[in-house]
Design a protein around this ligand. Structure first.
Ligand code: HEM
Length: 279
């Protein structure tokens, strides 16, 4: 029997607001695992960064090189110590937050690192544990999303999506959200950017800093512009993920946190209309 007429009748009869099953178990479980991973990776990463709070370009660092791109440090003037952050030679006073905080010279403050005191060895153990957990979770997410068609159906933008992009940007700027079955094109592009660009770049630049990987696949570090550039890219990717997180939280608050959280925790989502993409 042809299901199309039946479907269109069913669609027309849908009540305007109804709960639909929007996020599969694999999407929800992997989402929360990588949220936890990124929390621990960020704070243990800042602990590791604090051991040498300077970033360079190229392959080498040290005296005789003039390749510093970023630095957090402290200096004393008239017996007063303060913290500074230097970006491409431009110095900013960041005392109290970066470089000098809680009466101590420290790049990132103790509340922003795991553990809170200086302990590089422990920070590395935490960092590598959650790094491998993130790699495994991403691999599981990818396999599940291909098999249950989440990737093809919900994340890969279509030609119609690109046509709707200007309208979607306009709607987002006015904080007007549509609560339908599908992600909007901006959501597809942003989530796709995180899952296929930022997280893989984070993993690849992390691997490029490992001496073991350097020995096994030296071309990886070369492709990324050298060990120091890989470290700088790793740091920039971290900043991009922190930026994504801030916008992600703001959008969830603006779109209705109860409904959004219910869907990423239980899978169930309340839609605005009986749009045809309920099916
Ligand atoms: C750094 C941590 C996080 C990252 C990288 C992240 C990333 C993502 C990604 C990529 C998706 C789409 C998943 C998919 O469709 O397969 C998503 C969805 C979602 N995330 Fe997060 N997330 C993070 C933390 C959080 C937190 C802490 C919350 C809640 C407070 C949250 C709430 C949501 C919700 C509600 C959705 C579904 C949005 C919708 O259906 O429109 N996320 N997140």
């Amino acid at each position: 029997m042809d299901a199309a007429p039946f479907n269109s009748i069913a669609r027309r009869k849908l009540p305007p607001k109804q709960l639909i099953y929007r996020h599969e178990i694999w999407t929800r479980v992997t989402h929360w695992i990588w949220a936890v991973c990124l929390f621990f990776l960020l704070l243990s990463g800042l602990q590791i960064f604090n051991a040498h709070p300077v970033l360079y370009s190229g392959d080498q660092s040290g005296f005789g090189f003039d390749n510093t791109v970023f630095e957090i440090g402290s200096d004393s003037q008239n017996e007063v110590t303060g913290g500074y952050t230097e970006i491409l030679g431009l110095r900013f006073n960041t005392s109290g937050y970066l470089g000098f905080s809680d009466g101590r010279a420290r790049a990132f403050p103790s509340w922003a690192t795991i553990p809170s005191g200086q302990n590089l060895a422990f920070g590395r153990v935490v960092h590598f544990f959650f790094a491998w957990l993130l790699v495994a979770t991403l691999a599981a997410w990818f396999a599940a999303s291909v098999l249950n068609r989440h990737l093809q159906r919900d994340l890969i933008p279509t030609a119609a999506d690109f046509k709707a992009l200007p309208q979607d940007i306009h709607d987002h700027l006015r904080l007007r959200f549509h609560h339908g079955r599908r992600y909007s094109v901006l959501q597809k592009l942003t989530y796709g950017g995180v899952l296929f660009v930022l997280l893989p770049l984070m993993i690849v630049t992390g691997l490029a800093m490992s001496p073991g990987v350097n020995a096994a696949v030296p071309w990886l570090t070369e492709v990324l512009g050298g060990r120091q550039t890989a470290r700088t890219l790793h740091f920039l990717t971290m900043l991009a993920l922190v930026g994504f997180f801030a916008i992600h939280m703001a959008m969830i608050l603006a779109a209705g946190p109860f409904n959004e959280l219910r869907s990423i925790i239980t899978g169930w989502y309340r839609t605005d209309t009986s749009e045809e993409d309920h099916v």
